[in-house]
Design a protein around this ligand. Structure first.
Ligand code: FAD
Length: 483
């Protein structure tokens, strides 16, 4: 009886925030709830250092059941939640806007089951991509998703953003690798369909709705991932082309010649190649001379080391004979392969002089890609005649990336450059987001790619699954009064 009275007195003197923290500590333990100055910098800003915000608190659950209880606590207190994976997202999706609870899944990092026979692995959402890749490799299998942020990005985050990367051409995006899913909904209930089957047409597939929903519909807690046989051979080359016009034909020709083994086709415009390879000259030689219009990094992955290289060399020789490429260098060792990849992948140091920058991730048909580059270049040059602009991308899947160095003395530069580039994308019928998602950064441009009917449908789905707008509010959908 005495204990009960003391508890009541304590609660009465506590603020609503303190009561909330007490409830959260009751779910995950005091050492897994951080507030105020305990909140580390990594929870406060995104990888690009573009956004920063301070969550009300950071909570680190260790199981699906704990996630469900946290959602119930948040729901009772009417406090929204933002889910955090590896915080490598580049569109501000993981930013807490309104003093929200940041739900970090970093402790949910168990590989639950590895099933070699069905070629699947079942993992918790906080498992880091590279660890899942390495686990698959240790069983002679491949998790095909691969991207530069592999060392920090999580399975949950890559599902929530439907991540793409450098092998989409052959194995698709994350959506194509997710067989089963478990999630916690906004009302605190758990939905689970951890199937290992490729085929499952029993009604609406809520799984597909969650892939790419950026934490706005619920929290992904576990997934069953589809794996492939581990390739035994990798053949890598860099090609130079005098004219973009040859690119679609080169892609078709190589895809047919390599009998389904072409896994990567990464395009770099001359300005990108010159800038990045110049920045890396102290570490490595430029693999091909400057002076070509575009450069293409290609890779085939196969099962027969000798035969695959023969096929690769034959295909490339024929591409040269046909005039589809003007020069080529083939990696002969792992070190040379890493050097070729570095020009496309090792951008962190090279990009440093470009800050502040605007980064773009858009898609159009391959046929329209050179038009998009020309239009975007001239639209930006009209605003800023001397702006540095670099174009590159996962061109095999119509995905163009661009970076534009912004004028640091013009506070409106980013908005002006973004508006100009996204108008070009809209006019060519493209998508303002190929693989990074919408998050915070692109929501005001959603109508450039999605019709009013599509946006209305998205709002209905959000309203049905999250009527109190507690799941990552303010992301993906534009404010209803403006669009
Ligand atoms: C160097 C670098 C290279 C990159 N290359 C690529 C690339 O090639 N292709 C590509 O697609 N992306 C790329 N990205 C972007 C980024 O890595 C991906 O978007 C990645 O999928 C984000 O995973 P994450 O775990 O870091 O998620 P976070 O950044 O933590 O979160 C991203 C979004 O997902 C939500 N979320 C996270 N976890 C969950 C969950 N369990 N349930 C529900 N919602 C969740 C968050 O709320 C947020 O909206 C790159 C980023 C960097 C820094």
């Amino acid at each position: 009886m005495e204990t009960t009275i003391r508890k009541y007195e304590l609660s009465a003197s506590m603020s609503a925030g303190d009561v909330l923290l007490q409830h959260l500590r009751g779910v995950v333990g005091a050492s897994n709830v951080f507030s105020g100055s305990e909140i580390e910098e990594r929870y406060r800003s995104d990888m690009m250092r573009k956004y920063s915000s301070t969550p009300l608190c950071v909570v680190r659950p260790s199981s699906t059941e704990e996630v469900a209880k946290i959602v119930q606590v948040a729901r009772n207190a009417k406090i929204p939640l933002t889910t955090l994976g590896g915080c490598t997202g580049v569109v501000g999706g993981g930013m807490c806007l309104q003093g929200e609870i940041a739900l970090s899944l970093e402790r949910m990092n168990k590989i639950i089951e590895f099933d070699v026979e069905s070629m699947t692995m079942t993992v918790e959402a906080g498992v880091v991509l590279q660890r899942a890749q390495e686990e698959a490799e240790s069983h002679d299998l491949l998790l095909p998703l691969d991207l530069g942020a592999r060392g920090s990005a999580t399975i949950g985050g890559t599902i929530a953003t439907n991540a793409g990367g450098v092998r989409v051409l052959r194995w698709g995006t994350m959506r194509d690798m997710v067989l089963g899913l478990e999630a916690v909904l906004a009302d605190g209930s758990i939905v689970s369909s951890l199937t290992k089957s490729l085929k499952d047409n029993a009604g609406y597939h809520w799984r597909d709705l969650f892939v790419g929903s950026e934490g706005t519909l619920g929290i992904v807690t576990r997934a069953v991932l589809r794996l492939r046989p581990l390739p035994k051979s990798a053949q890598t080359a860099l090609l130079a082309l005098n004219d973009f016009g040859c690119v679609p034909q080169l892609l078709r020709f190589l895809d047919a010649s390599f009998a389904g083994q072409l896994s990567t086709f990464e395009l770099m415009w001359a300005d990108f190649y010159e800038f990045v390879s110049a920045a890396q000259l102290q570490q490595r030689q430029r693999p091909l001379p400057l002076g070509s219009a575009v450069y293409v990094l290609i890779e085939t992955l196969g099962a027969d080391v000798g035969r695959d290289m023969e096929l690769f060399e034959r295909g490339l020789a024929e591409a040269l004979e046909r005039g589809l490429a003007s020069d080529v260098v083939i990696a002969q060792t792992e070190r040379e392969r890493a050097n070729l990849w570095a020009v496309r992948d090792d951008l962190t140091e090279a990009y440093k002089p470009l800050f502040p920058l605007a980064a773009f991730d858009v898609s159009v048909s391959l046929k329209d890609m050179p038009h998009l580059v020309d239009r975007a270049r001239s639209a930006v040059q009209q605003l800023y005649p001397c702006a540095t602009m670099l174009f590159y991308g996962h061109a095999g899947d119509g995905n163009l990336h661009a970076v534009v160095k912004l004028d640091p003395n013009d506070a409106a530069a980013e908005a002006k450059v973004e508006g100009a580039v996204y108008e070009c994308v809209r006019d060519l019928g493209g998508s303002i987001s190929a693989e990074h998602g919408i998050g915070l950064a692109k929501r005001k441009y959603l109508s450039y790619t999605r019709s009013p009917a599509e946006v209305a449908l998205m709002r209905s789905i959000k309203g049905a699954l999250d009527p109190d707008n507690l799941m990552n509010p303010g992301k993906v959908l534009p404010d209803s009064q403006t669009h």
